[in-house]
Design a protein around this ligand. Structure first.
Ligand SMILES: [Zn+2]
Length: 256
């Protein structure tokens, strides 16, 4: 039983900062350390999203562009790097992450690159650019297995939280540049030890990865992005799929 297992999608990092850039051919100036523009940017989407189901379904986005409807998404013209902090990981934890990432990649077309393990601890105000640790590009998405001491938001029934940091320059769409996924190590160990637990654990990771790429909660309990685990909802449903398809079709922003 996973009834009562709550899932949240809090922002781990910046809660949306629009940063004015200089215009007129001057180099763009961000108000904090940042990589050169357009690292690894291709001139086309690296892959296309899976088409949304006919008729769609209920979904919501964490943030939208200034038109009020187009979702803020990751740049599909460059890979999304991610690292995993292995401390506290349950048995099979990395495989769980790998499988869930593959599912999100298949649906959104977003290309993820696993850069290995890290010793970086999860923190509330994580630097978006850490050249000494990760090289001269936006820091990778950090996935970690946390204790409730490390992340008090994971107390009680909350099994994970995830979010991404979004940036915009004057005249560009807003895009996510990095993010974080915090998974409750102790709860995952419990879930995985139950009969059928692997499928439930995978569902929780998929829910959190939904937040990572830009899905918000919905009120329909048949969708995976419902804020609590529902019996039998173990994969993305029609509304989730509709949202993920749009999140894989974001704008490319070589200026960041
Ligand atoms: Zn959630």
């Amino acid at each position: 039983m996973v009834a009562g297992l709550a899932l949240t999608g809090l922002f781990l990092h910046a809660a949306g900062v629009a940063i004015p850039g200089l215009t007129g051919g001057s180099p763009v100036v961000l108000g904090f350390p940042h990589p050169k523009a357009g690292i690894e940017e291709s001139d086309h989407s690296l892959s296309e999203p899976t088409a949304a189901p006919a008729g769609g379904g209920p979904h919501a986005f964490v943030a939208v562009q200034s038109d009020g409807k187009t979702p803020v998404a990751y740049d599909p013209c460059r890979p999304i790097h991610y690292v995993v902090r292995p401390d506290n990981a349950p048995v099979g934890g990395l495989q769980l992450i790998t499988d869930a990432i593959a599912r999100v990649s298949q649906l959104t077309g977003l290309q993820f690159r696993y850069d290995g393990t890290t010793e970086e601890p999860p923190t509330k105000n994580r630097a978006l650019y850490q050249p000494d640790r990760y090289g001269k590009r936006w820091a990778p998405v950090l996935i970690s297995w946390d204790t409730t001491a490390e992340d008090p938001n994971l107390a009680a029934d909350v099994a994970g939280e995830a979010g991404s940091a979004r940036l915009a320059l004057t005249g560009t769409p807003t895009v996510y540049v990095t993010g974080g996924v915090a998974l409750d190590a102790a709860q995952f160990t419990q879930i995985l030890n139950r009969p059928g637990g692997t499928a439930h654990a995978r569902a929780v990771v998929l829910h959190e990865l939904g937040h990572l790429v830009g899905l918000a909660h919905v009120t329909d309990p048949t969708q995976l992005m419902f804020p609590e685990a529902s019996p039998g909802v173990l994969d993305y449903a029609v509304g989730d799929l509709t949202g993920l398809s749009q999140l894989g079709a974001g704008a490319c922003v070589p200026q960041l």
